[in-house]
Structures are given as structure tokens and as C-alpha cells.
Design a protein around this ligand. Sequence first.
Ligand code: DOR
Length: 444
Amino acid sequence: MPGAPETVLTGGTIVTPDGLHRADVAIRDGVITAIGREARRGQQLDITGLTVLPGVIDSQVHFREPGFEHKENLESGTRAAVLGGVCSVFEMPNTLPPTTSAEAFDDKLRRARGRAWADHAFFVGASHDNIDDLAELERLPGCSGVKIFMGSSTGTLLVPDDPSLARVLASGTRRCAIHAEDQDRLNELKALASDGASVEMHPQVRDPAAALMATRRILDLARAAGRPVHVLHISTADELPLLAAAKDIATAETTPNHLTLTAPQCYVELGTRAQMNPPVRDKSHQDALWEHGIRGGVIDVIGSDHAPHTLEEKALPYPKSPAGMPGTQTLLPVMLDHVHRGRLTLERLADLASATPARIYGARGKGAVAVGYDADLTIVDLNAERTIRNDWIASPAGWTPFDGKIVRGWPIMTMIRGRLAMREDEVLGTPMGQPVTFATDGDG
Ligand code: DOR
């Protein structure tokens, strides 16, 4: 609505690529119109003492709808997101049915309408049956791209072999998101997880070689095809040099889980709740993820890999227990605590959790506190000390691996296109999330 009154956030500190600045932020029609002192006109919202990050984008979530709504649905998953300071989510295709057709994709968009608290986009899953359709599917409005499972995980999606992977990469142009674990290697190791095995075996059952082999293969295939890829949830030290040598064609992601939980302790303390694919590994891998991945710059994105399962499901004996943990709500508090401990800067976090996911997937108007961008703002109190608790978790699953963890730094407001969706741990109003738009929308 042209001429709508400006809202001005006053007194806050904004996080930009060149540092932290005290500045006011003026917003009209959901877009940032001015930054700085001259912005002081219109309705003011005093955020003195708070820090404004570009709206967090969690570009790897599994919201389970349709098919597994007892674990999560699009309403609860996006509510969890905004409670955790996340403005946009990109959702994965391993639902039931899997998101492998235009019909299944449209169904997700329809289900999200009026129920999503956060802005959202959906991945299309690659399967042997839809390879020739992928170039068209990846251009559907609201699509964040194609996701390939090279190794089997939750659900049925799987493209394990090089000839099929090459065909997938040749079908379309956008950056493909990759689950890189080598299926042949996983099959070879399966016997290690015979009934009665302990979940502490999980990092050997899906071992570093499985991740390394798949990452090496997909980087070679991507280069041969000239198709950019984004390798998800990097878990090993071994993959980092390969990824560092492949910046021409590949970007990489890790999760707060891999940066925070450590084997074997996490399996001793959390049992199968700590089970995810690829696994949380020992401290040598985690140290490398911090040193070479985060500080060295090899990791481009932090995504939660939010993958809820109920506690009853998780209580099944390993290896029948499903892999995955809720995470979108805790992504930011856990990472802000790492900032507090000096492990990364706030600027780097803004890059990993907002600017870069927006850039690599081509999201329009997202990823910066800058004039002309959507007023997607994650407003945090860097000094708030809180304890993460299961009863704060919005997912029907109702638990987090970080239950009892004391963190410094907490999301206070989640603003999406100029509207407050969350303030002080409460969602506000009604779900107003919209599909994210991408640079490819409308391209033919
Ligand atoms: O641990 C995982 N859980 N890894 C995946 O790749 C899938 C996810 C899920 O959907 O449960």
C-alpha cells in the first residue's frame, strides 16, 4: 500500500558485512527504506540495547507434511522457526508423497498458505522417475532448488549411481543441494549395525569414508556437468580440503549439531536422540569444522537439518531408531552462544545463516539489512542468558538435544517483511508467511 506509515526501529545495533553500527532502520510496505539517524520519522519501535541481524534463513528443514504430521507440520515447523528467530525456511522433499512432481509441490505451497508463520520455499527431490522433469520443476515459483540424496536416509528418495547423478546434474541449472553419503559404502557397513549394536557405533556405521567418497564423486560430477552444487551437513575433517579446492563449483554447509555435540559423549548422554545422518562425530572432526570450516571459510552456510521424530520413535532400539533431531528453533540461540564464546563473529554468523543462503539459492530481497531489501530482521539480545528447555519446543516431537543447555544470546523479535511474527517468545497475530521468490522465477 503506497504511502503507508513508516515504522522505524530506533536505538538498535545493526549487523552488516563491514561491522556493527548503531543505526535506525525505517521500513515501509515491508521493505527497508532508510538506515541511519535521518530515518527517524513514522511510528517508532525502540530496540535500544538489541542487535539486528539480517533475517535468519534456515535453508535445511524437514517439516514432514504431508505424511508424517505426528512429527511436525507446516504450521508447527514454521512456528518453531519464528520462535527461534528464523524468518525464512527452505523445506526438504522427503515427505509422503515425496516432493517429486508439480502436483506434490503445489500441494505443499497450498498447505502452507495461511498456516506458515515464516516465509518459505520447497525443494524438489530428484528420483529416477523425474530426472527429465527437473529442469522445469526447479523453476516453479517457491522452489529453492533440487535436492539429491546420494545415500539413503529418512524416506525413499535416492539417486546413488554416477550415470543417474550425471543425468540429474544435466537437467537444470540451479544449484543442487546434496546429501553426500556413498550408498555402496553404507551397504557394506550395514552389518556393523546388527540388532543389539549401540548407537555409539553410528559414526562408524556411516563412516567418514562414506561421506568423503560421495563428496568426492559429486564434486567431480558437478565439475564435469558445469552445474553448481551445495553439499549439505558436512561432518568430517576429510571433506574440507576437497571442498576448499572446489569453490569454483561447490558451496558447503554444516549444522549447529556437528559444531556443538561431540561423539562419543553425545551418544552416551542422549542415546538415539543424537542419531542423525551424517552422524555427529568426534572432537577431531568438530575441531576441523571450526578451524578450517568456519574460521578458514570453507563452510558457506549453517542450516539446522531440523528433522524431528517423536521420542517414542527415537526410543526404538538402534538401528531401528530414526535419524534426525529438531533444530530450527535452536539454530540461532546455539550459534549466538558460540559467538559469545568467541568462536565466530556476529558478522560471520550473519553471512552463514542469512546472506549466503540467500545468495547461493538466489532468493530475492533476503539476506541483508540494507535499503531495498525485505524488512526481514532477527532482533536479538546478545546478553540474555537463557536455558533451552524441551517445553519451549514448538514441534509436536517436543524435545531438543540441547535441553538444559544455558546459552548467552536469544532472539527477542522476528520481523518478516516489516511485521512482527514473534516477540518475547510469543508468536503474534496470524501466520503471514509467503513463498520466497527467486532470481529464476519467471525465467523461461
Ligand atoms: O538425520 C537425518 N534425518 N538426515 C537426513 O538426511 C534426513 C533427516 C530426516 O528427514 O529425518
